[in-house]
Write a protein that binds this ligand. Structure first.
Ligand code: ARG
Length: 295
């Protein structure tokens, strides 16, 4: 009995030491972000509109701080985000830097957590397995919450809406989704556009590409008759490539969220608390407005 206690306290001691003595190296760059308390207090003031309801937001925000103290990350002091940076305006390159809505939202989250953000640009269909196996802390990639993915990872509160759209050449005879039967459809591998196109039009009619840009090249060179991809990237690609247009019809409406390993509920809780505040105080909308101009 005594022995067990001794072992336990030794373990506790080393855990404490790890938490307080370890890893001060290289984490100083984002430590200036201690203004979070003022941002957090405005959101609880806003919630008073539903004063007759009994939801206790106060409890939620204290759970948020507890969780923030407990989570672990792949590399101490660093929030490692997996993405696939061929998806403007959510993630794309400006020179050597990955920019976009997801990169900026993740940066705000990392700042609030007191962590340095590192972004890994990988194949889209490696993001869920990479996050699931604990190689990356979070996946942020304009990723749609989907049943199949939910078997492998957890998702945050949604932070954006995505619509599957259809890109065609300006002279195309395809005018709506109804015209797609029997046509050859280009998609990015394992995206929801791919999954839905295979379900609705048969996988023999679907051509998978590594990314949206390559699918668009396929359309321009006549290898496919259209590309199904999320509407904002669709608009970016159509704007950047002459002779292409996006059909008015919406093919599917989806929600984007951040994914986490099921083993890291504490990180999910901490990120969710911050994300919800960033949505409530308009910070996410501000970033969206910077990248997506109203027409
Ligand atoms: N929303 C779609 C999905 O979740 C496409 C996302 C593609 N994202 C990217 N960064 N390439 O399947």
């Amino acid at each position: 009995m005594k022995k067990a206690l001794a072992i336990l306290s030794a373990a506790l001691f080393s855990a404490l030491c790890l938490a307080s003595c370890g890893g001060t190296d290289g984490t100083s760059s984002s430590s200036e972000s201690s203004q979070e308390s003022s941002a957090a207090s405005t959101s609880s003031a806003e919630s008073s509109e539903g004063s007759s309801s009994e939801e206790s937001q106060a409890e939620e925000s204290s759970a948020e701080t507890d969780a923030a103290a407990e989570f672990t990350t792949v590399t101490e002091g660093v929030l490692t985000m997996a993405t696939n940076a061929e998806f403007p305006p959510y993630e794309y390159y400006e020179g050597d830097t990955i920019v976009g809505i997801d990169a900026e939202v993740a940066q705000l989250i990392a700042d609030e957590l007191g962590l340095t953000l590192e972004i890994a640009d990988i194949a889209f269909d490696s993001i869920v397995p990479g996050v699931q196996s604990g190689k990356y802390d979070i996946g942020v990639a304009g990723m749609t919450i989907d049943e199949k993915r939910l078997e492998s990872v957890n998702f945050s509160t949604p932070y954006a809406t995505g619509i599957q759209a259809v890109i065609v050449t300006e002279d195309s005879d395809i005018t709506s989704v109804d015209d797609l039967a029997g046509k050859t459809i280009g998609v990015q591998t394992n995206t929801t556009g791919d999954i839905k196109a295979c379900e609705d039009f048969g996988m023999e009619n679907v051509v998978q590409y590594d990314n949206g840009a390559m699918a668009v090249e396929g359309l321009k060179s006549g290898k496919v008759d259209c590309v199904i991809i999320d509407n904002e990237p669709a608009k970016s690609y159509a704007a950047a490539n002459e002779g292409l247009k996006v059909l008015e019809t919406e093919y599917a409406v989806e929600e984007y969220a951040i994914c986490f390993s099921k083993e890291n509920a504490a990180l999910q809780e901490a990120v969710n608390g911050i994300l919800e505040d960033l949505i409530a105080d308009g910070s996410v909308q501000e970033i969206v407005d910077k990248y997506i101009k109203a027409e």
